[in-house]
Design a protein around this ligand. Structure first.
Ligand SMILES: Cc1cc2nc3c(=O)[nH]c(=O)nc-3n(C[C@H](O)[C@H](O)[C@H](O)COP(=O)(O)O)c2cc1C
Length: 220
């Protein structure tokens, strides 16, 4: 017991000594653990060293599959996002609404239709990613009634998308990219928005080749 406590104290002292040495060397004052409230409320560790952010929106629950309507434990877009995450070797940031969406497919169609008709901006769960270091954003979403879910509009407006490159990908039932990339270009007029990569939702589990191609667009 004593040895463990001694080792623990030695480790803590060692870490403090190392931190002090580092500060002394570059003569910059030690940063407080939390620099500001704003910083604390931002999601860190999602942006790679070379400035890539992988963000996606996806809904779990009932959806059309080859076996009819089934409950999906992992959403289609999420499946593709996770494959891209493996390719890019970085975590994927999930865009989430404060109010979770229903698992019920039919109900979801009505909710999404209403949100779109009202041009709603559903409130998002924080923390949101810090866009300052972002050069390229890989952005994934399903098509909902011809375009991105309104939560993705909320996200883009909230975090901002000026002067970055956006690599869009989406899953869908049959409508390809639909209006989503045009809308993306409208919401982010100062971004370079590449052409989208549409993937049929029912094929998401096998979309390794597409995921590799999307990753390649982000990091050629
Ligand atoms: C509310 C809602 C609206 C949809 N609208 C369309 C559509 O307009 N065109 C289409 O091809 N698929 C449409 N779909 C199908 C989804 O785009 C498709 O199932 C997608 O893969 C779901 O992705 P997710 O599991 O990541 O949420 C819709 C699905 C939902 C739930």
């Amino acid at each position: 017991m004593k040895t463990i406590r001694k080792t623990g104290i030695a480790l803590v002292l060692g870490t403090v000594a190392l931190a002090l040495t580092a500060c002394a060397k570059d003569k910059t004052p030690a940063k407080p653990a939390v620099a500001s409230q704003q910083q604390a409320s931002q999601a860190s560790n999602y942006v790679s060293q070379d400035g890539i952010l992988l963000a996606y929106f996806s809904r779990r629950g009932q959806n059309h599959t080859d076996q009819g309507i089934q409950t999906l434990e992992i959403g289609n877009t999420e499946r593709v996002a996770l494959k891209i995450s493996d390719q890019l070797k970085q975590p994927a940031y999930q865009i989430q609404t404060v109010k979770p969406y229903t698992d019920d497919f039919k109900e979801m169609l009505e909710i999404a239709k209403k949100e779109q008709a009202e041009n709603a901006r559903p409130e998002l769960k924080g923390p949101l990613p810090d866009m300052k270091p972002v050069k390229t954003m890989v952005l994934g979403y399903p098509i909902w009634h011809g375009t991105m879910p309104m939560a993705v509009f909320s996200f883009l407006e909230k975090v901002g998308c000026d002067n970055i490159t956006i690599v869009p990908f989406n899953t869908h039932g049959s409508s390809g990219v639909a209006r989503s990339v045009d809308d993306l270009r409208k919401v982010c007029p100062k971004a370079t928005v590449l052409d989208g990569t549409p993937i049929k939702g029912t094929l998401a589990a096998g979309a390794d080749k597409e995921a590799a191609e999307i990753a390649k667009k982000a990091r050629p």
